[in-house]
Design a protein around this ligand. Structure first.
Ligand code: HEM
Length: 251
């Protein structure tokens, strides 16, 4: 949208105020997370459709998993920093200020239906629900991914505990290799299998749910930008929002 279009939409009697909203760590987390999630989806899809793509060798299968897990560590580190920041950051970054509230959502939707246009510096009530759901889903994907990394290819943080557990008597656990049963106590491997496959299923279905949430989030942000809250997209780059008239989330 050009400045000219923007100016046309500004009612002359209402003052525009610019607020600092998203602090640097929040913005950095957001865009690094977008990049890493896209990369993980990309490598994950190759893993899922490996055979259709003609990638049959066991070595290639393991290499793909290793690549996915290494990107996964960056994703996990970024998410953990954001979780810590959720307790330390500015008021708009804090989890305590972003807890979804059903009553507020109902009031917000009723206000929109009524033709009003309530403005928020931070997330609007629906945005709070979306962000909380996305954060919880990301955390579940991280936890199941790390568990899978340990049980599937014996990568940290749980890999060495897993190899020590499944190593046959007298076998050096550090010599155990993924997808190779040499030195493994098969009954112990069978014991961890249900938990391993459960974590794999939760990981995959949470990823599908995340993709659905991403679609919803992007569509909702574009709609809000065009209809009710111009400037919310650029705010995730600049950290600032310019809002015409009064705001709902003053304190
Ligand atoms: C949003 C982030 C993530 C996305 C979108 C994602 C996506 C995927 C997908 C599509 C698969 C294929 C599922 C399958 O083959 O059954 C997969 C598998 C896997 N992911 Fe992730 N993943 C993410 C984060 C992580 C993290 C943080 C880790 C660990 C550091 C991780 C570790 C694994 C492992 C070990 C597998 C292999 C499981 C298997 O072969 O069954 N993932 N992931």
């Amino acid at each position: 949208m050009t400045n000219h279009d923007n100016n046309n939409r500004i009612h002359k009697s209402e003052k525009i105020t610019t607020y600092r909203v998203w602090d640097k760590p929040s913005r950095l987390f957001h865009w690094v997370n977008v990049l890493l999630v896209l990369s993980l989806v990309f490598v994950g899809l190759i893993m899922l459709f490996r055979k259709d793509l003609g990638i049959d060798a066991l070595e290639a299968k393991i290499k793909l998993k290793e690549l996915h897990v290494i990107i996964g560590y960056l994703f996990a580190a970024n998410l953990l920093v954001r979780i810590i920041w959720g307790f330390m950051g500015n008021r708009y970054a804090k989890f305590s200020q972003n807890i979804p509230n059903i009553r507020a959502i109902k009031q917000y939707r009723a206000a929109l239906k009524d033709g009003q246009n309530p403005q928020y510096v931070g997330h609007n009530p629906l945005g709070k629900l979306a962000v909380a759901t996305i954060m919880l889903t990301l955390t579940l994907i991280m936890a199941t991914g790390l568990f899978r990394a340990g049980t599937d290819i014996y990568y940290p943080p749980f890999g060495s505990a897993v190899t020590q557990y499944i190593a046959a008597d007298g076998v050096d656990a550090t010599l155990i290799k993924p997808y190779d049963e040499t030195g493994i106590d098969k009954s112990k491997l069978a014991e961890i299998k249900p938990a391993k496959s459960f974590a794999g299923k939760v990981h995959l279905y949470s990823v599908y749910f995340l993709l659905f949430l991403i679609g919803l989030h992007v569509a909702a942000v574009i709609q809000a930008e065009r209809r009710h809250q111009p400037g919310i997209i650029s705010a995730m780059f600049s950290g600032k929002k310019s809002i015409k008239g009064p705001i709902e989330d003053k304190d």
